[in-house]
Design a binder for this molecule. Structure first.
Ligand SMILES: Cc1cc2nc3c(=O)[nH]c(=O)nc-3n(C[C@H](O)[C@H](O)[C@H](O)COP(=O)(O)OP(=O)(O)OC[C@H]3O[C@@H](n4cnc5c(N)ncnc54)[C@H](O)[C@@H]3O)c2cc1C
Ligand code: FES
Ligand code: FES
Length: 480
């Protein structure tokens, strides 16, 4: 057992022991290291003022990703490199190209948000730079600026260039030296098992433990609800849960795989599902958050369950040595109640690939395009044969206390001609399936209307060739 967290702060090794495992990376930087360039705005992952960059070994290369320091716990830095805004300046005091570009483009006024923008742009700079406007928008969607406006910041992104200004081999060697092969176990109750067997044993021994994946929900329990979590069992170091396996029949997503890691495989198989993931939270959130966490939290407005249910995804749950496989739709029992025993955890999400006569569509409706919580999400999976609907799996989020299939609507569609008359009956049937609530995101009437209109959208998109378009980068492309 290792009792200290080892990581690189910039290029300086750190070995930290005796701190509260609930301490966030943001508080560590500001209060323990005196590095106050990283700001706290919202303390809930929304504003980006706290953005830092993590360096990590992936397939032998050093990869960088922007994350929100305000909701990450310090122990999750084990074996990684933490880069804050102070680390960008060169030894001779000159600004980093990203910072220089912001200065030259007049991209900062009050400056409070600026360090976060610098770090998001720095991650982009390290990741090949600003290839097109879509890439820039995606990189900046998790950063709010209320005074400069985005024009000058986007202009900075366009002229900052790209590069790899670190010593990759040296950093990788340092990171490797922090790994003593042992699982991290800290005073104050934090365990980071490395194997699924060890995780299963830990959770049997501590069934009351908080399971921590990306922390994009759990982090807020500490920063917003002021809870103290003990013990914490972190799943992000478990090799089996970090695995993404793509075969001809299915995509197996380990419960600790992040959205960013799973995005490409899912988008290639199901472009609309890919688009929902692209709009889920922000780049910083997707770099941390997992589909496993999105399922396990049982939220009625989680974005990944409706498409997964429409696609007939299955879950592998594990408790001790016992595994069981269930349909994802059976996992959600009622509001706040999931089919998960104490000590049990989500191990794998299995997403089947389907035959080409099935048509899958999925749409998220929220007030803002990026970084917003869903009002209604509709996922539609139809098997169309000779102008008829041979089979239908339709699931909505935001319409009930759990993600829920529209069984009355499915019954109307199944076996019927795919026509305007059927569409009209199917739209009516949605009122039997759902009695949504109204809240600050949307009224009940709006939700039902939108749910119906999304069905019409599917009809239009699947009835005439190339009526659908999708944004790829900054281009609209036909999508049949
Ligand atoms: C700013 C912001 C924007 C967001 N935007 C969206 C959005 O657009 N759409 C959306 O759906 N969500 C959104 N979320 C919510 C959140 O990002 C997602 O629910 C995310 O998928 C949670 O994953 P995580 O890995 O961070 O989970 P964590 O926070 O680590 O855990 C979430 C829950 O799952 C449990 N858990 C985690 N892994 C397992 C496991 N393997 N087995 C059993 N239980 C487990 C945890 O104990 C906890 O109860 C947003 C959150 C923030 C802060
Ligand atoms: S402080 Fe707002 S995202 Fe972290
Ligand atoms: S520069 Fe003022 S809020 Fe961003």
């Amino acid at each position: 057992m290792t009792g200290a967290i080892r990581f690189l702060l910039g290029d300086e090794p750190r070995k930290v022991a005796g701190l509260d495992p609930n301490l966030t990376v943001l508080r560590y930087l500001r209060e323990q290291e005196g590095l106050c360039g990283t700001k706290e705005g919202c303390a809930e992952g929304d504003c980006g003022a706290c953005t830092v960059v993590l360096g990590e070994e992936v397939d032998g290369r050093l990869r960088h990703r922007a994350v929100n320091a305000c909701i990450q716990f310090l122990p999750t830095l084990q074996g990684k490199q933490l880069i804050a805004v102070e680390h960008l300046k060169a030894a001779d005091g000159s600004l980093h190209p990203v910072q220089q570009a912001l200065v030259e483009s007049h991209g900062s006024q009050c400056g409070f948000c600026t360090p976060g923008f610098v770090m998001s742009l720095f991650a982009l700079y390290r990741d090949g730079g600003a290839r097109d406007r879509g890439v820039i928008d995606d990189a900046l969607a998790g950063n709010l600026c209320r005074c400069t406006g985005y024009g000058p910041i986007v202009a900075a992104a366009r002229c900052m260039g790209a590069g790899d200004d670190g010593d990759e081999a040296a950093v990788l060697a340092q990171l490797a030296s922090f790994d003593d092969g042992e699982a991290l176990a800290l005073e104050g109750g934090y365990f980071a098992p490395r194997t699924a067997d060890d995780l299963a044993a830990r959770l049997l021994a501590y069934p009351e433990a908080t399971i921590l994946a990306g922390g994009t929900d759990v982090g807020l329990w500490v920063t917003k609800q002021h809870r103290r979590l003990e013990p914490i069992v972190y799943v992000g170091a478990v090799a089996e849960l970090r695995r993404l396996e793509v075969t001809a029949e299915r995509i197996e997503i380990g419960a600790a795989v992040t959205y960013s890691e799973a995005h490409r495989a899912i988008a290639e198989a199901y472009p609309d599902f890919g688009e929902v993931i692209r709009r889920l939270g922000s780049r910083q959130i997707r770099n941390l958050g997992t589909i496993g966490g999105n399922i396990a939290n049982g939220s009625p407005i989680g974005d990944s369950p409706p498409p997964l249910i429409a696609l007939d995804a299955r879950l592998v749950l594990r408790r001790g040595d016992a595994r069981r496989e269930i349909a994802l739709e059976d996992f959600f029992i009622a509001y706040g109640q999931q089919d998960l025993e104490p000590g049990e955890f989500v191990e794998t999400v299995i997403l089947p690939r389907q035959a080409s006569d099935w048509r899958f569509r999925c749409y998220k409706v929220s007030k803002r395009f990026d970084q917003d919580i869903t009002a209604v999400l509709g996922a539609f999976n139809l098997k169309l044969e000779g102008g008829r609907v041979a089979a239908a799996r339709i699931c909505y989020g935001g319409m009930a206390a759990t993600p829920k299939r529209a069984s009355a609507c499915e019954a109307v569609l199944t076996g019927a001609p795919w026509s305007e008359a059927t569409l009209s009956r199917a739209r009516d049937a949605l009122a039997q399936d759902f009695a949504p609530i109204g809240d600050m995101r949307a009224s009940a009437a709006y939700r039902l209307q939108v749910a119906r209109n999304l069905l019409t959208k599917v009809y239009v998109e699947t009835s005439e060739p190339a009526t659908a378009t999708r944004l790829v980068g900054d281009r609209q492309v036909a999508y049949g």
